[in-house]
Design a protein around this ligand. Structure first.
Ligand SMILES: [Zn+2]
Length: 235
């Protein structure tokens, strides 16, 4: 199986996203599939989503505790054992050098072959939704950390030895070139999403929506269900 082919599975991977539940929407079917095949998978959450509610019974502190537990529960469903919470404030995430350096530290620590992230250029969905600014910031910081920072020996040597990431799987809605068959793990993806009660309990037929989306992604490639990515092949 050639590297980056649909059925290729790396030894290690890291998903870098802004909020608890982002990785579940973006790449959790692939995460569960790769973990089953022995891939060491790490989640990095840049914020803990501490203002992500309209329910005033929560405070930022209590919501942090709840959403981190929801993320741990989702990871337990998927078999993802390593989770890093950076605890930046929700809705104020900046793709600055502080965040980039924290990501460099974690990438050098876990040495993932593959990094998953969002699309830093994604601003709108058609004409009725605006992408969350934290999603763009997390995506940009992840990409800037991967290249060139993690691989530069003279940059922040105290954050660990330089490392080269082999590829970045970008959850890009405008261009995709790699489809991962998640037929075996779509139930785990949906179950993991439903662990995010504080966010998703109000969405009717969430499972049906995920199945429909995943079926659309898979149909041209003969997969019942798929996740699709733009894969940046670096090594
Ligand atoms: Zn989000």
């Amino acid at each position: 199986m050639a590297k980056f082919d649909s059925e290729w599975i790396p030894k290690s991977a890291m998903a870098i996203f802004a909020h608890p539940d982002d990785a579940e929407f973006s790449c959790s079917g692939t995460a569960a599939k790769w973990v089953r095949a022995g891939c060491e998978f790490t989640y990095v959450l840049c914020t803990s989503g501490n203002v992500g509610t309209h329910d005033l019974k929560y405070t930022p502190e209590s919501l942090t505790v709840l959403r981190e537990q929801e993320q741990r529960n989702a990871c337990a469903v998927l078999g993802v054992r390593q989770i890093e919470f950076l605890r930046h404030d929700d809705s104020r995430l900046m793709a600055d050098l502080t965040l980039r350096r924290e990501l460099v530290h974690l990438i050098r620590k876990y040495k993932p072959e593959i990094v998953f992230c969002g699309d830093p250029n994604h601003l709108f969905w058609e004409n009725n939704r605006i992408n969350h600014p934290d999603h763009r910031a997390a995506a940009l910081a992840a990409i800037d950390a991967v290249f060139p920072c993690v691989s530069m020996e003279l940059l922040w040597p105290e954050e660990g030895p330089a490392h080269e990431v082999h590829g970045v799987y970008v959850r890009d809605l405008t261009f995709v070139d790699t489809w991962i068959d998640i037929t075996e793990t779509i139930d785990l993806k949906i179950k993991a999403l439903t662990e995010h009660h504080s966010q998703l309990d109000g969405i009717p037929r969430l499972g049906d929506m995920i199945r429909k989306r995943s079926a659309e992604a898979g149909k041209k490639h003969g997969f019942k269900y798929a996740e699709a990515f733009r894969v940046i092949r670096l090594k």
